[in-house]
Design a protein around this ligand. Structure first.
Ligand SMILES: [Fe+2]
Length: 160
């Protein structure tokens, strides 16, 4: 890699991989959750995640870069953590609290990735790309906040 453009392309491929991996584990998160609100939130985020991966693919295609060829190892590790919690022998509320904790780890990782990519795109003057990435960044932040609120207002108390 010799410039910020190539680093941005690498970051975008990494995010493309991360979204794809997350989309594979989210149905299992839906099945493992017991709280109906949490189930609905994971279901919505699965749809959102697929759409985000699609938008990242389009952003890459717009700059003539093929997605793929990069595996996001960090998301692979986070997903292992999710799977561990899915399989954990825990009471309902504790399981739900644990699933929220793992999902928030994934969201924070994505927030970091999209934040960086948005800044690179800004520096490079990719105005259209900035809008797309910034919109995804907002979605990730919102989902993280929703998970946080549900945990604090309901699930964590039930898990006591
Ligand atoms: Fe995402």
């Amino acid at each position: 890699m010799k410039n910020l453009q190539e680093l941005l392309e690498h970051q975008l491929k990494d995010l493309y991989s991360a979204e794809g991996q997350y989309a594979e584990v989210l149905p299992k998160m839906v099945a493992a959750a017991t709280d109906s609100k949490l189930k609905a939130m994971f279901t919505d985020h699965l749809k959102q995640t697929k759409s985000q991966q699609d938008r990242v693919r389009k952003v890459l295609e717009d700059i003539n870069v093929k997605p793929g060829g990069v595996k996001c190892e960090a998301m692979a590790g986070l997903i292992k953590e999710c799977e561990g919690m899915i399989e954990e022998d825990a009471t309902d509320a504790v399981k739900d609290a644990g699933l929220i904790a793992e999902a928030q780890r994934c969201e924070h990782y994505e927030i970091s990735g999209y934040g960086t990519a948005t800044q690179y795109a800004m520096t490079l003057g990719h105005d259209k790309m900035v809008k797309v990435l910034d919109a995804i960044l907002d979605e990730e932040s919102r989902f993280n906040e929703e998970l946080n609120d549900l945990a604090i207002q309901e699930i964590n108390k039930k898990a006591v």
